[in-house]
Write a new protein. Sequence first.
Length: 314
Amino acid sequence: MHIYNFCKRMSFMVSSDSKMRQDRPIPVLALTWLELRTLFRSWLVRVWLIAAILLSFVTVLSGWRVLPLPVMIASLAFPFLVFPWFVVIVILGTNAVVASRMDSVADGILSRPITRLEFLVAAWLARTITVLAVFVLAVVPAALVAGLADRPVESDPVATYGVVMASLVVGLVLLGILSLGFVAGVILRNSWLALLVVLFIWYPANLLFTTFRLEELSPVSLNQALPTLLRKTWQTSTTETEIRPKDLIVLQQQADQFIQSLTGRQRRPAREPDFFEHDLEYQDIRPWRVVFSYAIPVVVFLGLSYVCFYFRDL
């Protein structure tokens, strides 16, 4: 009889433990939903969404007769990758785990209905959904209008493969920007201080990356490379060119100097290319290399956030 009761209690404990393991995603989903409701009720996200939609359609109207479709889509992504929505994304990341919010969260963590990891995942996931939702709502309708309408510009279509890869890369860049602000907020515990630190570090580093055209590290260079990436097809992405585009530029410069030495004419001052007129420089872009270059920092930032938050006193 005693053995029967002991076995019954053990089976009850095992079944309860397995049920708790099965129910572990429920707190994360509940916290994520609560964070999403809080974010979309905030004035920051509401004003950002309205302003982003208005700016996208202003961009379409201003470039209606001028910009081909790949450049138009890259122009729509510019505010998110460079300025000003970059700052809003960093703010959303820095205020996720600040001291003012931890008073209401500490009781739940210390009483163990939720863990620190679950809270961090829910906070980051809610902000990820918010950022991607604002980007999709602001950019996709405007891009569809520009692509489906009969505009008075020369035909410059985008490829399906290029659109998929560009969307994946831009999404990862937005997650990288958000995760950078997220880890800064966890470490510094002050959203405004974290924002200033990120801006003072990020823009000088980004300027350095842009100077060397490192689209794997610089959102500015990646934004310049978006028209080239949007035109890529699966065949052009898998085949290698015999002559690199940068070598073509050097050969062209050498040819100009040779003709100048023969004719004795002064060389015409070269016109500075526009922001998106760097197609030759990014012809050798490899989308999967860019994907891994931005995916690895996201994982590192999240891991560092968890380590710092795990050893924090609540």
